[in-house]
Design a protein around this ligand. Structure first.
Ligand SMILES: Cc1cc2nc3c(=O)[nH]c(=O)nc-3n(C[C@H](O)[C@H](O)[C@H](O)COP(=O)(O)OP(=O)(O)OC[C@H]3O[C@@H](n4cnc5c(N)ncnc54)[C@H](O)[C@@H]3O)c2cc1C
Length: 507
Protein backbone atom coordinates (compact mmCIF):
# COMPACT_ATOMS: atom_id res chain seq x y z
CA UNK A 1 0.00 0.00 0.00
CA UNK A 2 1.36 3.38 -1.03
CA UNK A 3 -0.10 6.76 -0.17
CA UNK A 4 -0.48 9.86 -2.32
CA UNK A 5 -2.40 13.10 -1.98
CA UNK A 6 -4.10 12.69 -5.34
CA UNK A 7 -4.71 9.58 -7.42
CA UNK A 8 -5.75 10.13 -11.03
CA UNK A 9 -7.32 7.18 -12.85
CA UNK A 10 -6.64 7.25 -16.59
CA UNK A 11 -3.85 9.11 -18.44
CA UNK A 12 -6.05 10.23 -21.33
CA UNK A 13 -6.74 13.77 -22.42
CA UNK A 14 -8.10 14.87 -19.05
CA UNK A 15 -5.76 12.74 -16.92
CA UNK A 16 -2.63 14.20 -18.54
CA UNK A 17 -3.83 17.76 -17.88
CA UNK A 18 -4.67 17.01 -14.25
CA UNK A 19 -1.42 15.15 -13.56
CA UNK A 20 0.58 18.08 -14.94
CA UNK A 21 -1.41 20.79 -13.16
CA UNK A 22 -1.72 19.09 -9.74
CA UNK A 23 1.98 18.22 -9.64
CA UNK A 24 2.96 21.87 -10.23
CA UNK A 25 2.78 22.12 -6.42
CA UNK A 26 5.94 20.30 -5.32
CA UNK A 27 4.28 19.43 -2.01
CA UNK A 28 1.43 17.51 -3.69
CA UNK A 29 2.14 13.79 -4.18
CA UNK A 30 0.36 12.69 -7.37
CA UNK A 31 -0.14 9.18 -8.76
CA UNK A 32 -1.36 8.72 -12.35
CA UNK A 33 -2.57 5.19 -13.15
CA UNK A 34 -3.11 4.10 -16.77
CA UNK A 35 -4.26 0.73 -18.10
CA UNK A 36 -2.37 1.16 -21.38
CA UNK A 37 1.34 1.20 -22.03
CA UNK A 38 3.90 3.99 -22.23
CA UNK A 39 5.04 3.16 -25.76
CA UNK A 40 4.90 6.02 -28.25
CA UNK A 41 4.82 4.31 -31.60
CA UNK A 42 5.52 5.86 -35.01
CA UNK A 43 1.78 5.82 -35.75
CA UNK A 44 1.17 7.84 -32.59
CA UNK A 45 3.62 10.45 -33.83
CA UNK A 46 3.06 10.78 -37.58
CA UNK A 47 -0.30 12.47 -38.24
CA UNK A 48 -1.15 10.58 -41.45
CA UNK A 49 -0.60 7.20 -39.73
CA UNK A 50 -3.37 7.58 -37.14
CA UNK A 51 -5.76 5.08 -38.83
CA UNK A 52 -3.11 2.38 -38.16
CA UNK A 53 -3.75 2.87 -34.43
CA UNK A 54 -7.28 1.49 -34.69
CA UNK A 55 -7.17 -2.06 -33.39
CA UNK A 56 -3.58 -1.65 -32.16
CA UNK A 57 -2.35 -2.16 -28.57
CA UNK A 58 -3.17 1.52 -27.94
CA UNK A 59 -6.90 0.90 -28.57
CA UNK A 60 -9.42 -0.87 -26.30
CA UNK A 61 -11.06 -1.86 -29.61
CA UNK A 62 -14.58 -2.12 -28.22
CA UNK A 63 -17.72 -2.69 -30.24
CA UNK A 64 -21.16 -1.32 -29.47
CA UNK A 65 -24.37 -3.28 -29.09
CA UNK A 66 -26.45 -3.37 -32.31
CA UNK A 67 -27.19 0.15 -33.58
CA UNK A 68 -30.27 0.98 -35.70
CA UNK A 69 -30.13 -1.58 -38.57
CA UNK A 70 -26.31 -1.55 -38.72
CA UNK A 71 -25.48 -4.21 -36.15
CA UNK A 72 -22.59 -3.68 -33.71
CA UNK A 73 -20.38 -0.70 -34.59
CA UNK A 74 -16.58 -0.61 -34.04
CA UNK A 75 -15.83 1.66 -31.09
CA UNK A 76 -12.17 2.56 -30.62
CA UNK A 77 -10.93 4.42 -27.54
CA UNK A 78 -7.39 5.16 -26.51
CA UNK A 79 -5.47 2.94 -24.12
CA UNK A 80 -2.07 4.59 -23.72
CA UNK A 81 -0.41 7.62 -22.19
CA UNK A 82 -2.50 10.32 -23.88
CA UNK A 83 -5.58 8.08 -24.05
CA UNK A 84 -7.93 8.80 -26.93
CA UNK A 85 -5.93 11.99 -27.46
CA UNK A 86 -2.99 9.79 -28.52
CA UNK A 87 -4.96 7.90 -31.20
CA UNK A 88 -7.49 10.47 -32.36
CA UNK A 89 -7.72 12.36 -35.63
CA UNK A 90 -6.28 15.54 -34.08
CA UNK A 91 -9.08 17.97 -35.03
CA UNK A 92 -9.07 20.75 -32.44
CA UNK A 93 -12.44 22.52 -32.47
CA UNK A 94 -14.52 24.04 -29.70
CA UNK A 95 -18.26 23.58 -29.51
CA UNK A 96 -20.55 26.52 -30.19
CA UNK A 97 -20.78 29.03 -27.36
CA UNK A 98 -24.51 28.27 -26.99
CA UNK A 99 -23.69 24.67 -25.96
CA UNK A 100 -21.76 25.73 -22.86
CA UNK A 101 -24.26 28.48 -22.03
CA UNK A 102 -26.85 25.68 -22.15
CA UNK A 103 -24.82 23.71 -19.58
CA UNK A 104 -24.87 26.66 -17.18
CA UNK A 105 -28.56 27.37 -17.78
CA UNK A 106 -29.41 23.72 -17.04
CA UNK A 107 -27.90 23.90 -13.56
CA UNK A 108 -24.12 23.86 -13.92
CA UNK A 109 -23.15 27.37 -12.80
CA UNK A 110 -19.57 28.25 -13.71
CA UNK A 111 -19.66 26.22 -16.96
CA UNK A 112 -21.01 28.81 -19.41
CA UNK A 113 -18.87 29.84 -22.36
CA UNK A 114 -17.48 32.96 -20.67
CA UNK A 115 -16.55 30.85 -17.62
CA UNK A 116 -14.79 28.24 -19.74
CA UNK A 117 -13.02 30.65 -22.07
CA UNK A 118 -9.95 31.14 -19.81
CA UNK A 119 -9.51 27.35 -19.67
CA UNK A 120 -9.89 26.90 -23.42
CA UNK A 121 -7.27 29.61 -23.89
CA UNK A 122 -4.96 28.22 -21.21
CA UNK A 123 -4.79 24.82 -22.92
CA UNK A 124 -3.93 25.89 -26.47
CA UNK A 125 -1.37 27.68 -28.56
CA UNK A 126 -3.23 28.65 -31.72
CA UNK A 127 -0.91 30.50 -34.06
CA UNK A 128 -2.41 33.24 -36.23
CA UNK A 129 -5.88 33.18 -34.66
CA UNK A 130 -7.77 35.98 -32.87
CA UNK A 131 -5.95 36.21 -29.51
CA UNK A 132 -8.99 37.69 -27.77
CA UNK A 133 -10.73 34.31 -27.96
CA UNK A 134 -7.92 31.86 -28.69
CA UNK A 135 -4.96 30.85 -26.55
CA UNK A 136 -1.44 31.82 -27.58
CA UNK A 137 0.75 30.31 -24.87
CA UNK A 138 -0.87 27.00 -23.87
CA UNK A 139 0.77 23.57 -24.13
CA UNK A 140 -1.25 22.17 -27.08
CA UNK A 141 0.06 23.65 -30.30
CA UNK A 142 -2.58 23.71 -33.05
CA UNK A 143 -2.83 25.11 -36.59
CA UNK A 144 -4.87 24.68 -39.76
CA UNK A 145 -3.37 22.98 -42.82
CA UNK A 146 -1.49 25.72 -44.72
CA UNK A 147 -2.96 26.64 -48.12
CA UNK A 148 -0.35 25.03 -50.38
CA UNK A 149 -0.55 21.69 -48.49
CA UNK A 150 -4.33 21.28 -48.70
CA UNK A 151 -5.60 18.09 -50.30
CA UNK A 152 -7.35 18.62 -53.68
CA UNK A 153 -10.50 16.75 -52.62
CA UNK A 154 -10.78 18.82 -49.42
CA UNK A 155 -10.28 22.02 -51.46
CA UNK A 156 -12.87 21.00 -54.05
CA UNK A 157 -15.39 19.98 -51.38
CA UNK A 158 -14.94 23.29 -49.53
CA UNK A 159 -15.39 25.28 -52.76
CA UNK A 160 -18.46 23.26 -53.74
CA UNK A 161 -20.13 23.76 -50.35
CA UNK A 162 -19.58 27.50 -50.68
CA UNK A 163 -20.95 27.41 -54.25
CA UNK A 164 -24.20 25.78 -53.07
CA UNK A 165 -24.64 28.56 -50.51
CA UNK A 166 -23.06 27.28 -47.28
CA UNK A 167 -21.41 30.02 -45.19
CA UNK A 168 -17.65 30.24 -44.65
CA UNK A 169 -15.98 30.41 -41.24
CA UNK A 170 -12.47 31.75 -40.56
CA UNK A 171 -12.24 29.79 -37.34
CA UNK A 172 -14.79 27.33 -35.96
CA UNK A 173 -13.28 27.92 -32.49
CA UNK A 174 -13.44 31.69 -32.90
CA UNK A 175 -16.31 34.12 -33.16
CA UNK A 176 -17.90 32.73 -36.35
CA UNK A 177 -18.84 29.16 -35.50
CA UNK A 178 -21.03 28.41 -38.55
CA UNK A 179 -19.60 27.37 -41.87
CA UNK A 180 -16.93 25.78 -44.00
CA UNK A 181 -13.53 25.99 -42.33
CA UNK A 182 -9.93 24.84 -42.33
CA UNK A 183 -10.05 23.73 -38.73
CA UNK A 184 -7.11 23.65 -36.36
CA UNK A 185 -5.32 20.34 -35.98
CA UNK A 186 -3.10 19.34 -33.03
CA UNK A 187 -0.06 18.95 -35.26
CA UNK A 188 3.21 20.88 -34.92
CA UNK A 189 6.37 20.45 -36.97
CA UNK A 190 4.75 17.55 -38.85
CA UNK A 191 4.04 15.60 -35.62
CA UNK A 192 0.99 14.86 -33.49
CA UNK A 193 0.70 16.90 -30.31
CA UNK A 194 -1.09 14.52 -27.94
CA UNK A 195 -2.10 15.47 -24.39
CA UNK A 196 0.80 13.27 -23.23
CA UNK A 197 3.25 15.19 -25.43
CA UNK A 198 1.89 18.59 -24.43
CA UNK A 199 1.20 18.15 -20.71
CA UNK A 200 2.71 14.94 -19.35
CA UNK A 201 6.14 14.84 -20.99
CA UNK A 202 7.27 18.19 -19.52
CA UNK A 203 6.07 17.09 -16.03
CA UNK A 204 7.50 13.56 -16.08
CA UNK A 205 10.72 14.46 -14.25
CA UNK A 206 8.98 15.91 -11.20
CA UNK A 207 9.80 13.88 -8.07
CA UNK A 208 6.26 14.32 -6.73
CA UNK A 209 4.59 12.79 -9.84
CA UNK A 210 4.44 9.01 -10.23
CA UNK A 211 3.20 7.82 -13.63
CA UNK A 212 2.28 4.13 -13.69
CA UNK A 213 1.27 2.67 -17.07
CA UNK A 214 0.10 -0.95 -17.34
CA UNK A 215 -2.19 -0.58 -14.31
CA UNK A 216 -5.87 -1.48 -14.74
CA UNK A 217 -7.85 0.15 -11.93
CA UNK A 218 -10.39 -2.44 -10.82
CA UNK A 219 -12.19 -0.60 -8.04
CA UNK A 220 -12.54 2.54 -5.95
CA UNK A 221 -12.26 1.93 -2.23
CA UNK A 222 -15.12 3.59 -0.39
CA UNK A 223 -15.46 3.58 3.39
CA UNK A 224 -18.12 5.54 5.31
CA UNK A 225 -19.08 7.47 2.16
CA UNK A 226 -15.47 8.53 1.55
CA UNK A 227 -13.24 7.37 -1.28
CA UNK A 228 -9.94 6.42 0.31
CA UNK A 229 -8.06 4.94 -2.63
CA UNK A 230 -8.07 2.46 -5.49
CA UNK A 231 -7.26 -1.16 -6.25
CA UNK A 232 -5.51 -2.03 -9.47
CA UNK A 233 -4.05 -4.90 -11.40
CA UNK A 234 -0.45 -4.71 -12.54
CA UNK A 235 1.10 -7.69 -14.33
CA UNK A 236 -1.72 -9.86 -12.96
CA UNK A 237 -1.09 -8.83 -9.35
CA UNK A 238 -3.60 -6.87 -7.32
CA UNK A 239 -2.24 -3.72 -5.64
CA UNK A 240 -3.72 -0.82 -3.74
CA UNK A 241 -2.95 2.86 -3.34
CA UNK A 242 -4.38 5.28 -0.79
CA UNK A 243 -5.37 8.90 -1.47
CA UNK A 244 -5.22 11.30 1.46
CA UNK A 245 -6.98 14.06 -0.49
CA UNK A 246 -8.87 12.83 -3.55
CA UNK A 247 -9.27 10.26 -6.27
CA UNK A 248 -10.00 11.86 -9.65
CA UNK A 249 -11.53 9.52 -12.21
CA UNK A 250 -10.48 10.45 -15.77
CA UNK A 251 -11.16 7.12 -17.47
CA UNK A 252 -13.29 8.62 -20.26
CA UNK A 253 -17.01 8.46 -21.03
CA UNK A 254 -16.92 4.66 -21.25
CA UNK A 255 -14.24 3.91 -18.65
CA UNK A 256 -15.44 6.29 -15.91
CA UNK A 257 -19.02 5.00 -15.56
CA UNK A 258 -17.62 1.45 -15.91
CA UNK A 259 -15.32 1.99 -12.90
CA UNK A 260 -18.00 3.72 -10.82
CA UNK A 261 -20.43 0.87 -11.46
CA UNK A 262 -17.80 -1.78 -10.62
CA UNK A 263 -17.23 0.12 -7.36
CA UNK A 264 -20.90 0.07 -6.33
CA UNK A 265 -21.69 3.63 -7.41
CA UNK A 266 -24.72 3.50 -9.67
CA UNK A 267 -28.30 2.20 -9.92
CA UNK A 268 -28.92 0.11 -6.79
CA UNK A 269 -31.01 -2.61 -8.44
CA UNK A 270 -28.68 -3.17 -11.37
CA UNK A 271 -25.70 -3.46 -9.01
CA UNK A 272 -27.49 -5.77 -6.60
CA UNK A 273 -28.43 -8.08 -9.50
CA UNK A 274 -24.72 -8.43 -10.30
CA UNK A 275 -23.79 -9.05 -6.66
CA UNK A 276 -21.96 -5.73 -6.25
CA UNK A 277 -22.13 -4.05 -2.81
CA UNK A 278 -23.77 -0.65 -3.02
CA UNK A 279 -21.64 2.38 -2.13
CA UNK A 280 -24.01 5.07 -3.47
CA UNK A 281 -27.35 4.77 -5.25
CA UNK A 282 -26.84 7.02 -8.28
CA UNK A 283 -29.34 5.87 -10.91
CA UNK A 284 -27.84 7.96 -13.72
CA UNK A 285 -24.31 6.54 -13.81
CA UNK A 286 -23.90 5.29 -17.40
CA UNK A 287 -27.06 7.02 -18.67
CA UNK A 288 -27.29 10.16 -20.84
CA UNK A 289 -24.72 8.61 -23.21
CA UNK A 290 -24.28 10.84 -26.26
CA UNK A 291 -22.16 10.52 -29.37
CA UNK A 292 -22.14 11.91 -32.90
CA UNK A 293 -23.49 9.39 -35.46
CA UNK A 294 -21.86 9.38 -38.90
CA UNK A 295 -22.94 8.29 -42.36
CA UNK A 296 -20.69 8.11 -45.43
CA UNK A 297 -21.02 8.67 -49.15
CA UNK A 298 -18.10 6.80 -50.75
CA UNK A 299 -16.46 7.61 -54.08
CA UNK A 300 -14.20 5.67 -56.42
CA UNK A 301 -11.59 7.52 -58.47
CA UNK A 302 -9.90 6.19 -61.63
CA UNK A 303 -6.43 6.79 -60.13
CA UNK A 304 -5.17 6.80 -56.54
CA UNK A 305 -5.31 10.27 -55.00
CA UNK A 306 -2.33 12.03 -53.43
CA UNK A 307 -1.96 11.14 -49.75
CA UNK A 308 -2.95 13.69 -47.09
CA UNK A 309 0.10 14.58 -45.00
CA UNK A 310 -2.20 15.69 -42.21
CA UNK A 311 -5.20 13.90 -40.65
CA UNK A 312 -7.05 12.71 -43.80
CA UNK A 313 -9.78 15.26 -42.97
CA UNK A 314 -8.35 18.80 -43.01
CA UNK A 315 -11.59 20.66 -43.72
CA UNK A 316 -14.72 20.68 -41.54
CA UNK A 317 -18.06 22.35 -42.22
CA UNK A 318 -20.40 23.16 -39.29
CA UNK A 319 -23.82 23.53 -40.89
CA UNK A 320 -27.47 23.68 -39.91
CA UNK A 321 -30.10 21.16 -40.93
CA UNK A 322 -33.73 22.35 -40.94
CA UNK A 323 -33.93 20.89 -37.41
CA UNK A 324 -31.04 22.92 -35.96
CA UNK A 325 -31.60 24.80 -32.71
CA UNK A 326 -29.23 27.42 -31.32
CA UNK A 327 -26.16 26.04 -33.08
CA UNK A 328 -25.08 24.04 -36.15
CA UNK A 329 -26.23 20.43 -35.83
CA UNK A 330 -24.33 18.91 -38.79
CA UNK A 331 -20.67 18.39 -39.59
CA UNK A 332 -19.61 17.57 -43.13
CA UNK A 333 -16.01 16.55 -43.76
CA UNK A 334 -13.95 14.55 -46.23
CA UNK A 335 -12.15 11.29 -45.46
CA UNK A 336 -9.19 11.49 -47.80
CA UNK A 337 -8.69 7.73 -48.12
CA UNK A 338 -10.67 4.95 -49.83
CA UNK A 339 -13.28 4.34 -47.12
CA UNK A 340 -16.57 2.54 -46.57
CA UNK A 341 -18.84 1.85 -43.60
CA UNK A 342 -18.01 -1.21 -41.46
CA UNK A 343 -18.73 -4.40 -43.41
CA UNK A 344 -18.80 -2.73 -46.88
CA UNK A 345 -16.04 -2.89 -49.46
CA UNK A 346 -14.11 0.37 -49.91
CA UNK A 347 -13.13 1.24 -53.51
CA UNK A 348 -9.53 0.50 -54.59
CA UNK A 349 -8.91 4.23 -54.96
CA UNK A 350 -11.03 7.12 -53.78
CA UNK A 351 -12.34 8.98 -50.76
CA UNK A 352 -15.50 9.43 -48.73
CA UNK A 353 -17.56 12.41 -47.69
CA UNK A 354 -19.04 12.16 -44.21
CA UNK A 355 -22.06 13.70 -42.54
CA UNK A 356 -22.38 13.63 -38.77
CA UNK A 357 -25.11 14.79 -36.40
CA UNK A 358 -23.25 16.94 -33.88
CA UNK A 359 -26.31 17.96 -31.84
CA UNK A 360 -28.06 14.60 -31.52
CA UNK A 361 -31.36 14.02 -29.74
CA UNK A 362 -30.70 10.29 -29.22
CA UNK A 363 -29.34 9.06 -25.91
CA UNK A 364 -27.77 5.71 -24.95
CA UNK A 365 -26.18 3.88 -22.03
CA UNK A 366 -22.99 2.29 -20.74
CA UNK A 367 -23.85 -0.69 -18.52
CA UNK A 368 -21.97 -3.49 -16.84
CA UNK A 369 -21.88 -6.78 -18.72
CA UNK A 370 -20.53 -8.46 -15.58
CA UNK A 371 -18.90 -7.62 -12.27
CA UNK A 372 -15.53 -8.68 -13.70
CA UNK A 373 -13.42 -5.51 -14.22
CA UNK A 374 -11.57 -7.15 -17.08
CA UNK A 375 -14.79 -7.54 -19.11
CA UNK A 376 -15.79 -4.68 -21.40
CA UNK A 377 -19.04 -2.92 -20.52
CA UNK A 378 -22.08 -2.91 -22.83
CA UNK A 379 -21.70 0.23 -24.94
CA UNK A 380 -24.91 1.47 -26.49
CA UNK A 381 -24.72 4.99 -27.97
CA UNK A 382 -28.39 4.69 -28.97
CA UNK A 383 -27.71 5.94 -32.50
CA UNK A 384 -30.85 7.04 -34.37
CA UNK A 385 -33.16 6.10 -31.48
CA UNK A 386 -34.63 9.53 -32.09
CA UNK A 387 -35.84 9.79 -35.69
CA UNK A 388 -34.76 13.44 -35.90
CA UNK A 389 -31.14 12.27 -36.04
CA UNK A 390 -31.95 10.19 -39.15
CA UNK A 391 -33.59 13.28 -40.67
CA UNK A 392 -30.42 15.27 -39.98
CA UNK A 393 -28.17 12.65 -41.57
CA UNK A 394 -30.46 12.58 -44.60
CA UNK A 395 -30.16 16.36 -44.86
CA UNK A 396 -26.38 15.96 -44.65
CA UNK A 397 -26.27 13.37 -47.45
CA UNK A 398 -28.46 15.58 -49.63
CA UNK A 399 -26.02 18.49 -49.10
CA UNK A 400 -23.07 16.23 -49.98
CA UNK A 401 -24.76 15.21 -53.21
CA UNK A 402 -25.64 18.80 -54.10
CA UNK A 403 -22.00 19.75 -53.51
CA UNK A 404 -20.53 16.91 -55.56
CA UNK A 405 -22.95 17.67 -58.40
CA UNK A 406 -21.88 21.29 -58.69
CA UNK A 407 -19.26 22.59 -61.08
CA UNK A 408 -16.75 23.59 -58.41
CA UNK A 409 -16.47 19.93 -57.48
CA UNK A 410 -16.76 17.80 -60.58
CA UNK A 411 -14.56 20.09 -62.69
CA UNK A 412 -11.71 19.23 -60.29
CA UNK A 413 -12.41 15.67 -59.11
CA UNK A 414 -13.43 12.77 -61.35
CA UNK A 415 -15.19 10.16 -59.24
CA UNK A 416 -18.14 7.78 -59.17
CA UNK A 417 -20.35 7.25 -56.15
CA UNK A 418 -19.62 3.71 -54.93
CA UNK A 419 -21.95 3.84 -51.88
CA UNK A 420 -24.85 4.31 -51.45
CA UNK A 421 -24.81 4.49 -55.33
CA UNK A 422 -26.40 7.15 -57.54
CA UNK A 423 -29.62 5.14 -58.00
CA UNK A 424 -30.38 5.47 -54.28
CA UNK A 425 -32.39 8.64 -54.67
CA UNK A 426 -35.64 8.30 -52.76
CA UNK A 427 -35.92 9.39 -49.14
CA UNK A 428 -36.86 5.85 -48.10
CA UNK A 429 -33.78 4.26 -49.72
CA UNK A 430 -31.47 6.95 -48.37
CA UNK A 431 -32.88 6.40 -44.88
CA UNK A 432 -32.38 2.66 -45.25
CA UNK A 433 -28.71 3.33 -46.17
CA UNK A 434 -28.36 5.57 -43.11
CA UNK A 435 -29.96 3.09 -40.69
CA UNK A 436 -28.05 0.17 -42.16
CA UNK A 437 -24.60 1.78 -42.09
CA UNK A 438 -24.62 4.32 -39.26
CA UNK A 439 -21.26 4.58 -37.53
CA UNK A 440 -19.57 6.78 -34.95
CA UNK A 441 -17.47 9.95 -35.06
CA UNK A 442 -16.02 8.38 -31.83
CA UNK A 443 -16.98 11.12 -29.42
CA UNK A 444 -18.57 9.45 -26.37
CA UNK A 445 -19.82 11.87 -23.69
CA UNK A 446 -22.29 12.50 -20.90
CA UNK A 447 -22.34 9.27 -18.86
CA UNK A 448 -21.56 10.90 -15.46
CA UNK A 449 -23.24 14.16 -16.16
CA UNK A 450 -22.93 17.17 -13.91
CA UNK A 451 -25.91 19.01 -12.52
CA UNK A 452 -27.22 20.77 -9.44
CA UNK A 453 -27.55 18.99 -6.08
CA UNK A 454 -31.33 18.96 -6.35
CA UNK A 455 -31.20 17.09 -9.69
CA UNK A 456 -31.60 13.34 -9.00
CA UNK A 457 -30.15 12.57 -12.45
CA UNK A 458 -26.85 14.36 -11.83
CA UNK A 459 -23.84 12.15 -11.07
CA UNK A 460 -21.42 14.96 -10.19
CA UNK A 461 -22.06 18.48 -8.90
CA UNK A 462 -20.69 21.57 -10.69
CA UNK A 463 -17.42 21.10 -8.73
CA UNK A 464 -17.28 17.64 -10.35
CA UNK A 465 -17.65 15.90 -6.95
CA UNK A 466 -19.49 12.58 -7.06
CA UNK A 467 -22.76 12.98 -5.19
CA UNK A 468 -22.91 11.25 -1.84
CA UNK A 469 -19.18 10.34 -1.71
CA UNK A 470 -16.42 12.64 -0.47
CA UNK A 471 -12.88 12.55 -1.84
CA UNK A 472 -14.02 11.52 -5.33
CA UNK A 473 -14.40 13.51 -8.54
CA UNK A 474 -14.94 12.67 -12.18
CA UNK A 475 -13.26 15.00 -14.69
CA UNK A 476 -13.43 14.00 -18.36
CA UNK A 477 -15.86 13.76 -21.30
CA UNK A 478 -18.38 11.91 -19.13
CA UNK A 479 -19.36 14.99 -17.08
CA UNK A 480 -20.72 16.90 -20.09
CA UNK A 481 -24.48 17.40 -19.61
CA UNK A 482 -24.96 17.85 -23.38
CA UNK A 483 -22.43 16.88 -26.04
CA UNK A 484 -20.77 19.88 -27.77
CA UNK A 485 -21.40 20.21 -31.50
CA UNK A 486 -17.75 19.54 -32.37
CA UNK A 487 -15.10 16.87 -31.79
CA UNK A 488 -14.56 16.73 -28.03
CA UNK A 489 -10.85 16.93 -27.32
CA UNK A 490 -10.61 20.74 -27.06
CA UNK A 491 -13.54 20.75 -24.62
CA UNK A 492 -12.06 17.93 -22.51
CA UNK A 493 -8.80 19.90 -22.22
CA UNK A 494 -10.79 22.89 -20.92
CA UNK A 495 -12.82 20.73 -18.51
CA UNK A 496 -9.61 19.29 -17.07
CA UNK A 497 -7.97 22.70 -16.78
CA UNK A 498 -11.02 23.93 -14.87
CA UNK A 499 -11.06 20.79 -12.71
CA UNK A 500 -7.44 21.46 -11.72
CA UNK A 501 -8.42 24.98 -10.65
CA UNK A 502 -11.39 23.68 -8.66
CA UNK A 503 -9.18 21.15 -6.85
CA UNK A 504 -6.21 23.40 -6.07
CA UNK A 505 -8.14 26.63 -5.56
CA UNK A 506 -5.55 28.29 -7.81
CA UNK A 507 -6.80 30.28 -10.76
C1 LIG B 1 -10.31 7.12 -33.11
C2 LIG B 1 -10.72 8.41 -32.47
C3 LIG B 1 -10.65 9.59 -33.19
C4 LIG B 1 -11.02 10.79 -32.58
N1 LIG B 1 -10.82 11.95 -33.26
C5 LIG B 1 -10.98 13.12 -32.60
C6 LIG B 1 -10.59 14.34 -33.21
O1 LIG B 1 -10.07 14.39 -34.33
N2 LIG B 1 -10.76 15.48 -32.51
C7 LIG B 1 -11.31 15.49 -31.24
O2 LIG B 1 -11.48 16.56 -30.67
N3 LIG B 1 -11.69 14.35 -30.67
C8 LIG B 1 -11.49 13.16 -31.29
N4 LIG B 1 -11.77 12.00 -30.65
C9 LIG B 1 -12.33 12.08 -29.29
C10 LIG B 1 -11.35 12.59 -28.24
O3 LIG B 1 -10.06 12.07 -28.44
C11 LIG B 1 -11.89 12.22 -26.86
O4 LIG B 1 -13.16 12.84 -26.71
C12 LIG B 1 -11.01 12.65 -25.71
O5 LIG B 1 -9.70 12.18 -25.87
C13 LIG B 1 -11.61 12.09 -24.41
O6 LIG B 1 -10.77 12.39 -23.33
P1 LIG B 1 -11.02 11.72 -21.93
O7 LIG B 1 -9.96 12.21 -21.03
O8 LIG B 1 -12.44 11.92 -21.54
O9 LIG B 1 -10.85 10.14 -22.19
P2 LIG B 1 -9.65 9.33 -22.84
O10 LIG B 1 -8.71 10.23 -23.56
O11 LIG B 1 -10.26 8.21 -23.59
O12 LIG B 1 -8.84 8.79 -21.58
C14 LIG B 1 -9.27 7.76 -20.75
C15 LIG B 1 -8.01 7.01 -20.29
O13 LIG B 1 -8.36 6.21 -19.18
C16 LIG B 1 -7.77 4.94 -19.32
N5 LIG B 1 -8.59 4.01 -18.56
C17 LIG B 1 -9.89 3.68 -18.78
N6 LIG B 1 -10.29 2.81 -17.83
C18 LIG B 1 -9.24 2.59 -17.02
C19 LIG B 1 -9.05 1.80 -15.85
N7 LIG B 1 -10.04 1.06 -15.32
N8 LIG B 1 -7.82 1.79 -15.27
C20 LIG B 1 -6.79 2.55 -15.77
N9 LIG B 1 -6.94 3.32 -16.87
C21 LIG B 1 -8.15 3.35 -17.47
C22 LIG B 1 -7.80 4.69 -20.82
O14 LIG B 1 -6.89 3.69 -21.20
C23 LIG B 1 -7.47 6.07 -21.36
O15 LIG B 1 -6.07 6.26 -21.48
C24 LIG B 1 -11.48 10.78 -31.23
C25 LIG B 1 -11.56 9.59 -30.52
C26 LIG B 1 -11.17 8.41 -31.12
C27 LIG B 1 -11.26 7.14 -30.30
Amino acid sequence: MTEFDYIIVGAGTAGCVLAARLSEDPAARVLLLEAGGAERTRAMTMPDAWPDLLGSAADWADVTSAQADAGPVPYPRGRALGGSGAINAMAHIRGHQAVYDGWAAAGAPGWGFADLLPYFRRSEHAEGRDPSVRGTTGPVQVAAVPGPDRHPVAVAFAQALLQIGCPASDDLSGSGQDGVAWADLAIAGGRRVSPADAYLAPAMGRPNLTVSPGCLVTGLQVRDDRCTGVSYLRDGTLAQARASEEVIVCAGAVGSPHLLLLSGIGPARQLRDLGIDLAADLPSVGRNFQDHPVVLACYATPEPLPRSRYNHGEMYAALRSPLAGACPDLHLFPILLPAAPAGRQPPDAGYALAASVVAPDSRGTVQLAAADPQMAPVINPGFLRDGRDTDRLEAGLVLIRQATACLAFFSQIRAAEAHPRPDVTTGARLRAWIRGTVGSYWHPAGTCRMGPDIDPDAVVDPQLRVRGITGLRVADASVMPVIPNAPLNATVLAIAEKAASLITGRD
